[in-house]
Design a protein around this ligand. Structure first.
Ligand code: PEP
Ligand code: MN
Length: 373
């Protein structure tokens, strides 16, 4: 009996009317939801109260507008606002093809390379070091989002992209680069950037996210320095949904979003950002998207990077992204957190840990990786 009822549940938002509210007030709510969102409702009418269940995809309904209506007591959202990124709407793990490398599912993907392209020599040396260490996707970062304008913010874009291209040619690896300025998207595409990263400092900038929804290039999406899980997955939905500012479907959206957890700003000053290991299985549970984690930007210290990387893998991340530099003590950006020759050891041990997980019965791919609550 119960199973039959469960399959029939289509309400994703519940509206409680205040006790004694007239039928007309309830009808006005039902009419508004039909008029503004085109969604039908079910009602449960008791002796002195009424409950309205919105049927269909209530992600589009603005609950604050509904809760302002006469006679409405409270509005309870059952499903999330990030439909496209949610596992409720897509049960299996999504696997994303990055120039032949499969990211997500049971695969472990390692992204690595220098924090920034500084000179051609430094970029090629660091790229070769990263390749020899065994990375799958190479960092070729041209534009840097920095906290202070006096910090090194990258080479001139045209020159940086030429070097990025040489890094790709020298290693034969796919490359990832952070897009900060929308005006550079075409140049990034022409330079053969395989993956576009959205950094923590632009993680909620809707125009950038919407622009990326119009291409199908894979995107690595970090979360903002103070974003919670809902805000992060909503940012992913901006890239994936293909909606314009009027909520009209203007394209298929870009479904190739790879999440990358990088920790939050907290009162703890001795790690650069606070990374909560519990976020890894939680995000796996909430979203079908591939999930990487960044042990370099979260810990901020090469002494910590190795163990943190292993921790992320053991917790269920589909891989990690970290800084590898040919000469960290000379780096113009984030040298303290960059590893050098130890990169190969870190990657090979991380792969062993990942392989061991399935050996001891811990699934790495698909939703069964995370037991239901
Ligand atoms: C980076 O990956 O180089 C970077 C700046 O990371 P974040 O956006 O997470 O700070
Ligand atoms: Mn960095």
């Amino acid at each position: 009996m119960i199973a039959a009822n469960i399959t029939e549940i289509t309400s994703y938002m519940i509206i409680h009317m205040v006790e004694g509210a007239s039928f007309d007030l309830a009808q006005a709510v039902i009419d508004r939801i039909d008029r503004d969102y085109g969604l039908p409702c079910d009602t449960i009418i008791g002796a002195d109260s009424c409950i309205i269940g919105v049927k269909g995809i209530a992600a589009v309904v603005d609950e604050s507008r509904i809760s302002e209506m006469d006679g409405v007591d409270r509005v309870i959202r059952i499903t999330e606002k990030y439909k496209d990124a949610s596992r409720n709407f897509h049960h299996e793990d999504t696997i994303i093809d990055v120039a032949g490398t499969q990211v997500g599912g049971a695969n472990l993907t390692v992204v690595g390379g220098p924090c920034a392209i500084e000179t051609e020599q430094q970029a090629i040396d660091s790229a070769m070091l990263a390749k020899d260490a065994g990375v799958d996707i190479l960092r070729a970062f041209v534009d840097k989002s920095r906290t202070s304008p006096y910090d090194f913010r990258g080479l001139e874009i045209k020159r940086g992209l030429e070097i990025a291209k040489s890094m790709k040619e020298a290693t034969g690896l796919p490359i990832v680069s952070e897009l900060i300025d929308l005006r550079h998207l075409d140049a990034f595409m022409e330079a053969g950037i395989d993956v576009i990263q959205v950094g923590a400092r632009s993680a909620q900038y809707a125009p950038l996210l919407e622009e990326l929804s119009r291409v199908d290039t894979p995107v690595i999406l970090k979360h903002g320095l103070g974003n919670d899980l809902n805000e992060w997955l909503c940012a992913a939905a901006f890239v994936m949904s293909g909606l314009d500012r009027q909520g009209r479907v203007v394209g298929p959206g870009n479904k190739n979003v790879i999440l990358c957890y990088r920790g939050l700003k907290s009162f703890e000053g001795e790690t650069r950002f606070s990374a909560d290991i519990g976020m890894i299985p939680l995000v796996r549970h909430k979203s079908h998207l591939p999930l990487l984690a960044d042990p370099s930007h979260s810990s901020g210290d090469r002494m910590l990077v190795e163990r943190v990387a292993y921790g992320f893998v053991a917790a269920g991340a589909h891989g990690f992204e970290f800084d590898i530099h040919s000469n960290p003590s000379e780096a113009l950006c984030d040298g303290r957190q960059a590893v050098q020759h130890e990169a190969g050891r870190i990657i090979s041990r991380a792969r062993q840990i990942h392989a061991m997980l399935s050996d001891i019965g811990i699934q790495t791919g698909s939703e069964v990786a995370v037991p239901a609550k």
